[in-house]
Design a protein around this ligand. Structure first.
Ligand code: CA
Length: 207
């Protein structure tokens, strides 16, 4: 009888030894939001890289043309929520030359195939003005470029949720390299202005 109890106790101890680390990992994953959502960038640290280790910044088609361009800055006044920063993008596509620019962010060959959407919070700057429409691109390691136009931007924060399948030009989300915002002269409703971006993430649809 005693021998049997010791045996049972040993089994319980072994099961616990294996089960506990697994439970901790699951808890960590849940608290980090990876269960239904992967946070790529909340900008709250006020410095690079993003939450998954990827670099980011503004980009310009023609840095020698001073009538067009985009610059990025961490902004604590116009952040979403009560702490940290948002990303402030001040752009101009007013040039007489073809003009486009925006913001790029590395995705570190992220496997997003188990997610349904890319999501981000966006608003325009009421005082300076802003475009109500801009393009988002998702690029993968196979050099596919997915494109989607975000519309109806206002000067209030909106959570924009874009189904991955709505990106035209990309079919494989298992190896994502880059997230890009593009302001274009032909598309922008305001040729210069400020757009704020926060909480870029991949999300799953609720079951
Ligand atoms: Ca933030």
């Amino acid at each position: 009888m005693v021998k049997k109890l010791v045996y049972v106790a040993m089994i319980i101890a072994m099961v616990c030894a294996f089960a506990l680390p697994a439970a901790n990992a699951a808890e960590k994953a849940a608290s980090a939001g990876t269960a239904t959502e992967l946070l790529v960038a909340d900008f709250d640290s006020g410095e690079k890289p993003n939450n998954i280790g990827g670099d980011f910044g503004a980009w310009n088609k023609d840095p020698t043309d001073f009538s067009q361009g985009c610059s990025e800055a961490f902004d604590s006044v116009n952040r979403y929520g009560t702490k940290g920063f948002a990303m402030k993008l001040e752009y101009s596509v007013e040039s007489k030359n073809p003009a486009y620019n925006g913001f790029w962010m590395f995705l570190q060959n992220l496997d997003a195939s188990k997610y349904d959407n890319v999501a981000l919070r966006v608003k325009g700057d009421a005082k300076t003005g802003y475009t109500t429409v801009f393009k988002i691109e998702l690029k993968n390691a196979a050099k596919q470029v997915g494109r989607y136009y975000v519309t109806n931007i206002t000067d209030q924060w909106q959570d924009i949720v874009i189904p991955l399948k709505d990106f035209k030009g990309i079919t494989d989300y298992s190896n994502l390299t880059e997230f890009v915002i593009v302001f274009e002269d032909r598309i922008a409703s305001n040729k210069k202005g400020i757009i704020y971006v926060d909480d870029i993430r991949f999300t799953k649809n609720k079951a």
